[in-house]
Design a protein around this ligand. Structure first.
Ligand code: GUN
Length: 289
């Protein structure tokens, strides 16, 4: 098994971000809204704060109590949308139950949506007109291309839970002339024989289900690249979707969990903030802003 080290890939990206900020004397500013006390979200935000500080991005965190009414979040986002000093806004997910993620994300000005989660930006991405790459698919692609640059003609399979993840991820592969098949796993307890066959033939497997050990290593062919984006907690341990019990003596590339998709997603986020700050400074040279 060859471990794909997300921390190393993230470090390279962050160094490039830092150099760009220094060379162009940019002052990127990112606002992070964190609602509630979810420990995983608190940890993610802490990691974002640390990485932002290291590269020279000013990150302001807006902490909101668990029961904060929608109207208050609407006001905060409206303020940040209008603030000329804020280049990027994110709302850390998941949100408490009384708030709908799509609704809240939809309030962010798409020109400040540095996660790339806004519906408008997802549609732009699908039409090849996006100004920034959505962070989660961007991180997955970054991990894959650290192993192999040319994806043309390769067979990919994406295991996920949502229609939008299906569309965005398979499009990201199509852009690289790589055929990807999506297998929806939201309601699935086991793979069908046909699905097992598809997985077994795949050169690249992306999984983002959030079910510990759901994908058995036996289904993965030799030399496959596996990006495990499914994060769950089992006791105190953070684990992915792939059951790694028998992976050690196999010839496969597999992303670390933790330390795989997570750190690269943060690096992609900071790349996007810097890009928006750069666009603002230079009256934008990029085609789609
Ligand atoms: N929760 C887990 N990952 C992410 C992310 O990349 N962005 C946001 N906003 N919330 C998350």
């Amino acid at each position: 098994m060859k471990l794909i080290d997300g921390k190393m890939i993230a470090a390279k990206k962050l160094l490039a971000v830092q150099e760009l900020i220094e060379d162009e004397e940019l002052e990127p500013k990112l606002a992070v809204i964190l609602v509630g006390n979810d420990p995983a979200s608190q940890l993610y935000v802490k990691l974002k704060v640390k990485a932002a500080k290291e590269v020279g991005i000013e990150l302001r965190t807006y902490f909101c109590e668990e029961g904060t009414p929608r109207e208050e979040i609407v006001e905060s986002i409206a303020f940040l949308n209008a603030d000329p000093d804020t280049h990027g806004i994110i709302v850390q997910l998941p949100l408490p139950e009384h708030l709908d993620a799509d609704d809240i994300i939809g309030l962010i000005d798409p020109a400040k949506d540095v996660d790339g989660f806004h519906k408008t930006n997802q549609e732009k991405f699908l039409a090849d007109q996006a100004c920034v790459y959505p962070v989660f698919p961007g991180a997955i692609m970054g991990l894959i291309t650290s192993c192999v640059d040319d994806l043309r003609g390769k067979k990919a399979v994406v295991l996920g839970k949502s229609d939008i993840f299906d569309r965005v991820m398979t499009h990201a592969f199509a852009q690289r002339e790589c055929d990807a098949i999506f297998i929806g796993c939201a309601q699935k307890n086991e793979f069908t024989l046909q699905e097992k066959d598809v997985i077994n033939q795949a050169d690249i497997i992306v999984t983002a289900i959030g079910r510990p050990g759901f994908l058995s290593c036996d289904l993965i062919k030799d030399d496959a690249i596996v990006i495990d984006g499914g994060i769950s907690k089992v006791g105190e341990k953070v684990v992915g979707d792939v059951d790694r019990t028998h992976c050690n003596d196999r010839d496969i590339f597999i992303s670390a969990v933790p330390g795989g998709v997570g750190p690269v997603t943060i690096a992609c986020l900071l790349e996007n903030v810097t890009h928006f700050a750069q666009c603002k400074e230079s009256q934008c040279t990029c085609e789609h802003c």
